[in-house]
Design a protein around this ligand. Structure first.
Ligand code: TMP
Length: 211
């Protein structure tokens, strides 16, 4: 049976320190201003069970987390999130804005950890082969700037990775953005106002194209 998803699915991507949270607010405010019924969520997480998986993924423990276990947990959380939250909302006509989605898996587990893209594509096909974001905003910032912005706050397990890891993550995002038309790159090293203006403009253009 064809799943009729009438809402639009928007995702926001970017490294730590790219300003995802404040720009998520801009996305939502702009959509509401355009009269769109919108809900926000995040990955990994978004439901009670998926948030528990998130805790497993981000906890700092003595036992290192196996790369493949990390990948599978990301997709386990995603399957749960899609079934219990994202798909029902899209079916009801609500637009969903998700803080990170599968592009992050290609960037972090693919680019960062070195898992081959074909294995990720296999899981992607299994979990949401029929559903892709309609629009993705990638907030791009050089790793050095991101590190300065994060400062020395309490870092989670993934944020503790070394600089080369985040260089690979960024390179992967940029490479995918170059290939996928749905991914818009936003220069997040600009001033807060300039970034917010670029985000707002992109969202207004998308809404105008999808009345
Ligand atoms: P957040 O910092 O945006 O809340 O995301 C939590 C961390 O999870 C962040 O370091 C990126 C990472 N992540 C992955 O490694 N793979 C994924 O598929 C997703 C969604 C997030």
């Amino acid at each position: 049976m064809v799943d009729r998803l009438t809402g639009k699915f928007l995702t926001l991507e970017g490294s730590e320190g790219a300003g995802k949270s404040s720009n998520l607010d801009i996305v939502v405010t702009t959509l509401r201003d355009c009269g769109v019924d919108v809900a926000t969520t995040r990955e990994p997480g978004g439901t009670e069970t998926a948030e528990s998986i998130r805790e497993l993924l981000l906890a700092v423990r003595d036992e290192p987390l196996d790369d493949l276990a990390e990948l599978l947990l990301m997709f386990a959380a995603r399957a749960q999130h899609l079934t219990t939250k994202i798909r029902p909302m899209l079916r009801a006509g609500t637009w969903v804005v998700c803080d990170r989605f599968t592009d992050a898996t290609y960037a972090y587990q693919g680019g960062g950890r070195g898992i081959d893209a074909a294995s990720i594509a296999l899981l992607e096909q299994l979990v949401h082969g029929d559903l892709q974001p309609d629009l993705t905003l990638y907030l791009d910032v050089p790793v050095e700037v991101a590190f300065q912005r994060i400062g020395d706050r309490d870092l989670d397990r993934i944020e503790r990775e070394e600089r080369a890891f985040f260089e690979r993550v960024r390179a992967n995002y940029l490479e995918r953005a170059g290939r996928e038309e749905r991914i818009e790159i936003i220069d997040a090293s600009a001033s807060l106002e300039a970034v917010a203006a670029a985000v707002e403009q992109t969202i207004r253009r998308f809404v105008a194209a999808h009345p």
